[in-house]
Design a protein around this ligand. Structure first.
Ligand code: 2IT
Length: 445
């Protein structure tokens, strides 16, 4: 089997040179699904694997805008419409300096299987820009979003492609993007998710990725007769996902003891709760992209230039960005007795570290399963928009919890290896089969 995987990866690398993140994401899925493809002649005949790794459409565009000094700035814009077998393309927009075609393609590819796992009718897509939003004024961000949408609007629509937020794109940016789309199209539709509550947004959407990951961790722990109560949790990042994790973990009796930023990490042994969680929102809104402010304000330890994985914990939740947890971090976590590692960001754990966790037979959840609550709740926002109504908080939260329980069940169904559950395999195979079968049904398009 491994030579079949290697041959296929050689084909992917040759066709998509200089795209390391994309290769990494494809390899992880192909390693899991190759036995299924091999045993299914219809998939082989229809070249499902070759087709599924090729985006249906890749849009790249120029985003020219003017900063507050009157200086003209030029950024790259992307929308990768990866797969529409299950529904309109769906996935976030990322504004971050390290955005490249490779990161956009890896994220769009992951999104396709993640969205499939949610069981909602959504295809996969991703977009964004290499914009570095740090230090930008409100007005600059509005002009940038308007310039970005001045091109993107012709490619998207409520039944075609529905973007949302991701790193660097939150409620403010979605507002500016939505306003410009509405002006250009002269229509008020659910073309974006993560909208404001009084103009078509859904309750629980801001919290959903973090809540969903926490529900998923709860399900994983249950398989070993454990609960979240009194667990010590190390989290990285301090953005939307880390914030949602801190809220729900605290709610369920666990203690979040770290958050991190590009400047280092904060260790708060008493737990990040109450006003401290609210302060995370303020740090984010400040645009300073650092967490030392938290340590200064609440008089706790700050470790400059370090990552939180050296802090002893029961559960580790990387919630920042791709490839942020490496082999050395994995060894440190295992040495300190970590029981569960959950990817709340997209592909934050490098492949060698994933293998170390799996060899140690601890619980390990891949992002496409564990962080699917964000896009799942975007799917619920689309349902509400289509019905022109709003559901109560309890209703959305209950549906989110059910989505996460179903994804966990899918992982158990396809991921069993003896007594160990390989959640990576479970998520990849479970997500893949639905997309592949839909592609077969819909013919060669
Ligand atoms: O990575 C992700 O799943 C997201 N950024 C959310 C995408 C969405 O459409 O809500």
């Amino acid at each position: 089997m491994s030579s079949v995987v290697e041959n296929f990866m050689n084909y992917v690398v040759a066709k998509n040179p200089n795209e390391p993140e994309f290769h990494q994401a494809v390899r992880e899925v192909v390693e899991s699904v190759m036995p299924v493809v091999d045993a299914t002649p219809a998939y082989k005949r229809a070249k499902i694997l070759e087709r599924i790794v090729e985006p249906e459409r890749t849009i790249m565009f120029r985003v020219p805008w003017t900063d507050d000094r009157g200086e003209i700035r030029v950024n790259k814009g992307y929308r990768v419409e990866f797969n529409s077998a299950l529904g309109p393309y769906k996935g976030g927009l990322r504004f971050h300096a390290n955005v490249t075609l490779s990161t956009m393609k890896f994220l769009g590819f992951e999104q396709t299987f993640k969205n499939s796992l949610t069981t909602l009718p959504m295809g996969g897509g991703k977009g964004g820009s290499d914009l570095d939003p740090r230090g930008m004024s409100d007005n600059e961000m509005m002009r940038f979003c308007q310039a970005f949408m001045a091109e993107l609007f012709r490619h998207i629509g409520a039944d075609t492609d529905v973007p949302a937020g991701d790193i660097g794109v939150g409620g403010r940016e979605i507002g500016y993007l939505f306003g410009m789309y509405k002006k250009l199209r002269n229509e008020f539709t659910g073309v974006l998710t993560g909208k404001g509550l009084n103009w078509g947004g859904s309750l629980v959407r801001p919290e959903a990725t973090g809540f969903g990951a926490t529900y998923f961790i709860e399900e994983m722990l249950k398989t070993r007769g454990e609960a979240l109560q009194n667990k010590k949790v190390a989290v990285s990042g301090f953005g939307n996902v880390a914030w949602g994790v801190a809220l729900k973990m605290t709610d369920l009796g666990a203690k979040v003891v770290t958050i991190s930023g590009p400047d280092g990490f904060v260790h708060d042994p008493d737990g990040i709760k109450g006003e401290k969680i609210d302060y995370m929102l303020q740090m984010r809104a400040s645009g300073r992209d650092r967490v030392q402010d938290y340590a200064d304000k609440f008089k706790v330890e700050f470790h400059a230039g370090k990552r939180p994985w050296i802090v002893p914990c029961d559960v580790a939740v990387p919630a920042a960005i791709q490839n942020e947890l490496d082999e050395n971090d994995a060894r440190a976590l295992l040495k300190n007795g970590v029981k569960c590692v959950c990817e709340a960001a997209n592909m934050p754990v490098v492949p060698k570290a994933v293998h170390l966790f799996q060899e140690a037979k601890i619980l390990f959840a891949p992002g496409k399963a564990a962080n699917a609550g964000g896009v799942g709740t975007s799917g619920l926002e689309m349902s509400q928009n289509a019905q022109h109504l709003c559901w109560a908080r309890e209703e959305v939260d209950m549906r989110l919890k059910q989505i996460m329980e179903r994804i966990h069940h899918t992982c158990l169904t396809y991921g069993q290896e003896g007594t160990y559950t390989n959640y990576v395999k479970g998520a990849n195979v479970g997500g893949f089969i639905k997309v592949a079968d839909a592609m077969l049904d819909q013919g060669l398009v």
